[in-house]
Ligand binder design. Structure first.
Ligand code: NAP
Ligand code: ZN
Ligand code: ZN
Length: 349
């Protein structure tokens, strides 16, 4: 018998989110059932709730920064037992046999990863529903262990904001002797600053918000530059090995390309809804790379969580009730998040 589960959903692109009753399957042999304690609010939730990228199927239950307590496990589950903390990020399954999956990069599954929400769900025949809900059922292979020394509410956003910044910083070699720029101090950006600093890179935050300078430094940035200040921006020309751009809205990429050294990389992780123009001159001299990065694989997500446990790294959060989600979206659009909203799911019970 599936379990009746309270959730919050977007029912259309232009209406506020509201309650929805959904069903969660009974745990199959390989499944873990989790009572959700906390779910982070990612800007992707807003993009998808409002169909800003196209492709949203309504009703959609967003939420892919899920942390909770295991309530039941299937017979074949070996790594989790009832009472354990467990987490689910942006994916709940993939084909597990393609080249990408075999290389632990399920996010690039050639047959299409099953995302935590708004993806076709092989179990229900409908769409997957995310973490704005009381419970979730997920295959053990896509369920993450959570270090017990972290505050569970402040660990939840690691499942997307954490891995999405950790993965490119590692991939492009952030570390001692490297100059790394992080663009935007929101959910992703503040974790980018923390990770870049923890990995030993000289870390520079670029923000549009003058009010975030002190926080940027407190979170680990060696320098903070207001990106609207042309003179301050010019001082950083051709000086970076790596820049991670987390901005969710239209902005000038050329300004950041021009800050890269020879062979430096600008990695887009933010997804503005429209294409952003790039001038060829910014790429050809001095031979720069413009690239992107999508979350991270399951093994790397576990590595990131363990790294956070070892270094005591967690997110700066503002707890909200489920019924404050629409107001939280509006604040997120005003860049007024300090620095991740996390829904206390007890407010839905
Ligand atoms: P967020 O908390 O809203 O942060 C975005 C930040 O971008 C803002 O805090 C603001 O920082 C800056 N910003 C906003 N509007 C801007 C504008 N018009 N010009 C310049 N800067 C602006 O969002 P988030 O949750 O971190 O997500 C950021 C983006 O990453 C979203 O597009 C999201 O969909 C995407 N994302 C991608 C992946 C992936 O795998 N690649 C994963 C998760 C999310 P300042 O106030 O400091 O300027
Ligand atoms: Zn996300
Ligand atoms: Zn695959």
């Amino acid at each position: 018998m599936p379990t009746a589960t309270k959730a919050f959903a977007a029912h259309a692109a232009t209406t506020p989110l509201g309650p929805l009753d959904i069903q969660r399957r009974d745990p199959k042999p390989g499944d873990v059932e989790i009572e959700i304690l906390f779910c982070g609010v990612c800007h992707s939730d807003l993009h998808i709730a409002r169909n800003e990228w196209g492709g949203t199927t309504y009703p959609v239950v967003p939420g892919h920064e899920i942390l909770g307590r295991v309530t039941r496990v299937g017979d074949a589950v070996s790594r989790f037992k009832p009472g354990d903390l467990a987490a689910v990020g942006c994916m709940v399954d993939s084909c597990r046999t393609c080249d990408s999956c075999k290389r632990d990069m399920e996010q690039f599954c050639l047959n299409g990863a099953t995302y935590t929400y708004n993806s076709p769900d092989a179990h229900s025949g409908g769409m997957t529903y995310g973490g704005y809900s009381q419970r979730v059922v997920c295959d053990e292979a896509f369920t993450l262990r959570v270090p017990t020394n972290l505050d569970p509410a402040a660990a939840a956003p690691l499942l997307c904001a954490g891995i999405t910044t950790y993965s490119p910083l590692k991939r492009w070699g952030a570390g001692p002797g490297k100059r790394v720029g992080i663009v935007g101090l929101g959910g992703l950006g503040h974790m980018g600053v923390k990770f870049s600093r923890a990995l030993g890179a000289h870390t520079v935050l670029f923000t549009t918000s003058a009010g975030k300078v002190e926080d940027g430094k407190r979170l680990g940035a060696h320098e903070v530059v207001i990106s609207k200040d042309a003179k301050a921006m010019a001082e950083h020309a051709k000086s970076f090995d790596l820049i991670i751009d987390t901005v969710s809205a239209d902005h000038d990429l050329n300004a950041y390309l021009n800050m890269l050294k020879l062979d430096g990389s600008l990695v887009l992780v933010g997804v503005p809804p429209s294409p952003q123009p790039v001038h060829a001159f910014g790429l050809i001299a001095p031979r720069r790379t413009l690239t992107g990065s999508l979350i991270g694989g399951i093994a790397e997500t576990q590595e990131m969580l363990d790294f956070c446990g070892e270094h005591g790294i967690q997110c700066e959060i503002e707890r909200i009730r489920m019924d404050q989600i629409n107001e939280a979206y509006e604040r997120m659009l005003r860049s007024d998040v300090k620095y991740r909203f996390v829904i206390d799911m007890a407010s839905l019970r």
